[in-house]
Design a protein around this ligand. Structure first.
Ligand code: PGA
Length: 261
């Protein structure tokens, strides 16, 4: 079975101006012991205007850069959009796609998200495909149907034997609410997602896939979340905006996995 890496990605959303962005990245760089990179990847996802500035600071270090969204065309008359090629040009290794805020505020649908996944892979950027149910869907017993649809449609036509995709399970009711999913509940969904991937692509691919949890992660709950077998890291919103919290989540997460101190 392929070994899978752990990953901590700070999704800044529409926060931080230039000075705050640079201070945050520099602060994290000062606080992180380089040997954490033996166990995990640490990724910053700033807003589009700051990608290049962040890239310039992290260049030559193991820190990685992610965008928060993209369009699927390579170039052309698409005012206001940003192509995967542009993201690669400014140093992105990753791009978040299908975040619930994109789905629910901007009306993104699975078919578009799938096009974005494929467009990113075609230029060598790894998509972080977000999936997750709303509270009413969970209450109505539709949790697994929603996850199945989002995962299979998001990955439709993607050859995971040749290309890497990271999946982030983010229950919508846990995002920005201060209420994280209980570790056992998150684990149930993570193991279900790995099962979907195994069914379609085999155990080797599924076992090697990094599956992140996101939704109100903080330095206090990360340890128990990361103790779960199928939780390989986290996509962090609010807590990624503070150096101390982001760094403590990384150390706490690696401790939860039993690979740190
Ligand atoms: P949160 O956001 O950590 O603020 O809940 C997570 C996310 O939306 O990626």
């Amino acid at each position: 079975m392929r070994s899978r890496g752990f990953m901590f990605c700070g999704n800044w959303k529409m926060n931080n101006l230039l000075t705050e962005s640079l201070n945050l990245v520099r602060g994290v760089m000062l606080e992180i012991d380089p040997s954490v990179f033996d166990f995990c990847e640490v990724v910053f996802a700033p807003s589009f205007p700051y990608l290049l500035a962040v890239k310039e600071i992290i260049e030559g270090t193991p820190f990685k850069l992610s965008a928060q969204n993209c369009y699927w065309e390579e170039k052309g008359a698409f005012t206001g959009e940003v192509s995967p090629l542009m993201l690669r040009d400014v140093g992105c290794s990753y791009c978040i796609v299908g975040h619930s805020e994109r789905r629910n505020i901007f009306g993104e649908i699975d078919r578009w998200i799938n096009k974005k996944v494929k467009a990113l892979l075609s230029v060598g950027i790894t998509p972080i495909l977000c999936v997750g149910e709303k509270l009413e869907e969970r209450r109505e017993g539709k949790l697994f149907d929603v996850i199945y649809r989002q995962v299979t449609m998001g990955l439709d036509g993607v050859d995971l034997g040749s290309y890497r995709v990271v999946i982030a399970y983010e229950p919508v009711w846990a995002i920005g609410t201060g209420i994280n999913a209980a570790p056992e509940d998150a684990e149930e969904v993570h193991s279900y997602i790995r099962g979907i991937v195994a069914e379609k692509y085999g155990m080797d691919v599924a076992g090697g896939m990094t599956i992140l949890y996101g939704g109100s992660v903080n330095p206090f709950n990360i340890g128990d979340l990361m103790k779960m077998e199928n939780i390989d890291g986290t996509l962090i919103g609010g807590s990624s905006l503070k150096v101390r919290d982001f760094v403590d989540i990384i150390y706490g997460g690696l401790e939860g996995k039993g690979v740190w101190r």
